[in-house]
Design a protein around this ligand. Structure first.
Ligand code: NAI
Length: 304
């Protein structure tokens, strides 16, 4: 296959025993990458474990002439994260790519949600992404190369009834990315986030068959392959993808209004009087860091 290749590159894909992760793994392997198939082999709600999930995808890859090894750790502990990286180093000697993809759901509206449902979902998605990424970063820094992907969700970016735990974890990843893009860019590491939709067991009860047929995981995989390749030089971006639709989501700050002079009081009534200016979505701008937001009080800083 010509075009985007991964010969000599080592990719870790978490939750690769099924669904989108499996699809990413097969495609990266077909393009020459050596793969760690991490999967706990859990049910959709995180219960249970089965080595067969990871093993079956390893067999598929090896059967097609590719290189892959299995890892059965949960992503959600530091020990699990370290061992996933160790599996890659022991088998292939490097870590170039980490696709954080493992996930579970335990849906309930907030009034019915238990602490256990909250904790387990945040553990797998947010803490799991942290644990695996944290363990990979020293290796990538040493190599001066890395491509990391976070798998977020429109549920976090835009909201969805009954998924407070999942949405919080998925949006937490965006905060993690915003910081890591600043801390790691000098090591030639690019971290991006996708918000996909695909027909997998996770969505098997959500979509009518005619819609599910449009949501092929392969559409998501093509974006993933590009983002974790050497061809991608963008960092810290969020992409939507499903059904062949690819787009970017950006957090934007409006011009707003600068009240007062930094010395006089600003009353709640003054806020009320200026509410239209505060909430107007005009002159929207992306901010590269929190430091940039201080530009909005530049006139005050000049006189400080
Ligand atoms: P899936 O349920 O088909 O696959 C998830 C895999 O993660 C399973 O094989 C499971 O055993 C594994 N896993 C669960 N907990 C784990 C843990 N602690 N450690 C290691 N592996 C673990 O799900 P799907 O749909 O392929 O989802 C992949 C990712 O995409 C998830 O993060 C999900 O939240 C996200 N996503 C999926 C959407 C969809 O439409 N399917 C929509 C938005 C986001």
């Amino acid at each position: 296959m010509s075009g985007i290749r991964f010969d000599g590159r080592v990719a870790i894909i978490t939750g690769a025993g099924a669904g989108m992760g499996r699809c990413h793994a097969l495609e990266l392997a077909a393009r020459g990458a050596m793969i760690v198939i991490n999967d706990l082999g859990s049910a959709l709600d995180g219960s249970g474990n089965a080595k067969s999930a990871a093993d079956s995808v390893v067999e598929e890859i090896v059967g097609a002439g590719g290189k892959a090894v299995a890892n059965y750790d949960s992503v959600s502990t530091p020990e699990g994260g370290e061992n996933i990286i160790k599996t890659a180093l022991d088998a292939f000697g490097r870590v170039d790519i980490v696709v954080n993809n493992a996930g579970i759901v335990r849906d309930h509206s907030i009034l019915k949600m238990t602490e256990g449902e909250w904790d387990s979902v945040v553990d797998v998605h947010l803490k799991g992404t942290y644990c695996v990424t944290k363990a990979a970063l020293p290796v990538m820094r040493e190599q001066n190369y890395g491509r990391i992907l976070f798998t977020s969700s429109g549920v976090g970016l835009y909201g969805n009834f009954g998924q407070a735990n999942y949405a919080s974890a998925k949006m937490g990843m965006v905060g993690l990315m915003n910081v890591l893009k600043q801390e790691t860019s000098k090591f030639n590491i690019k971290i991006n986030t996708i918000a996909p939709n695909a027909a997998t067991r996770m969505t098997s009860n959500l979509f009518p068959q005619e819609v599910a047929d449009l949501l092929r995981p392969e559409y998501v995989t093509s974006l993933v392959v590009f983002l974790v390749s050497e061809n991608n030089n963008d960092n810290g971006m969020i992409f939507n993808c499903f059904g062949g639709w690819y787009s970017r989501t950006v957090v934007l700050c409006s011009q707003g209004v600068l009240l007062g002079d930094g010395k006089r009081d600003i009353s709640a009534e003054e806020i009320s009087d200026n509410w239209n200016k505060i909430t107007a979505t005009e002159n929207l701008r992306p901010l590269g860091s929190i430091a940039e937001s201080f530009g909005y009080i530049a006139p005050l800083l000049k006189n400080a």
